[in-house]
Design a protein around this ligand. Structure first.
Ligand code: SF4
Length: 260
């Protein structure tokens, strides 16, 4: 059920006599839980619209329209599920105080991954949500992998989650495109662990995935004074993987190279 926030002028909803304050219950018999349900269901050319009016009266209205024609309802945007992780590199924890409040939201919501490309770890993904992704083909999704070895991933995320490779396997088998990212923490998930992660992902994809290294063109890593052999090992690992037969295909990415 979704509260109707407003009605677009000159829309089908105006013709139907709907008003702000009414509640959208279902479309073609399927409950409308959130904006994703609505966006999918409203594409039908023939709709049975079930509405609870502000005074409690129930309406069922039949609508015939073009597939791309909106009803003209302004509906609430979903609130993101909160992240229960405690990543050792959490960028939210590293923010200084006093910034825009929305920057401190630790969101972890597959719906936002689908809608906006937000990266999720899938640690809070329950079975009904996984089924929904598969049934509604919510693709692509953006997944923070970081490591495929279970204990190492647990250390990085600060919590135990469902087996990631099983989740990814189900998503890929269900036709969901997955964009995976690895935040490399020097001395923790680089080197041989990074190679293992890549190999697991390549095996899962069953083909060369497209890879992008966000460090290319940036100052040498690490940023500490002492340097880190383990981090240098990550770069060597990447170079080795590039040369292997089933290596990922790499391309550089320079999202605003820092000035010297
Ligand atoms: S997933 Fe990790 S990095 Fe992202 S908000 Fe949660 S704790 Fe922070």
């Amino acid at each position: 059920m979704l509260d109707i926030l407003a009605i677009e002028p000159d829309s089908i909803a105006v013709e139907l006599g709907l008003c702000a304050g009414d509640r959208l219950l279902a479309l073609n018999g399927e409950p409308v839980r959130d904006l994703l349900d609505y966006q999918r269901l409203v594409q039908a050319e023939e709709l049975l619209v079930e509405v609870e009016r502000a005074d409690g009266e129930l309406w069922e209205i039949e609508v015939a329209k073009d597939a791309d024609e909106p009803l003209g309802l302004r509906l609430p945007h979903p609130e993101p599920e909160q992240c229960g992780n405690n990543c050792i590199f959490c960028f939210v924890h590293q923010l200084p105080p006093g910034m825009r409040r929305s920057l401190y939201v630790k969101d972890e919501d597959y719906r936002f991954s689908y809608l906006y490309g937000a990266y999720v770890t899938l640690t809070n993904l329950d079975q009904p949500s996984l089924q929904r992704i598969l049934t509604q083909r919510l693709s692509p999704l953006y997944v923070s992998v970081h490591a495929t070895e279970a204990q190492l991933r647990e250390r990085l995320l600060g919590r135990q989650g469902p087996p990631l490779l099983d989740q990814l396997q189900q998503l890929v088998a269900g036709g969901i495109t997955v964009h995976a990212q690895v935040v490399i923490c020097p001395g923790i998930n680089d080197g041989s662990e990074l190679e293992r992660t890549f190999r697991d992902l390549v095996a899962l994809a069953g083909r060369r995935p497209n890879c992008r290294c966000n460090r290319r063109g940036w100052p040498p890593w690490p940023l500490s004074r002492s340097g880190s052999p383990a981090t240098a090992g990550a770069c060597r690992s990447c170079a080795r993987l590039r040369q292997q037969r089933h290596a990922p295909w790499w391309r550089g990415y320079r999202p605003g190279r820092p000035s010297a």
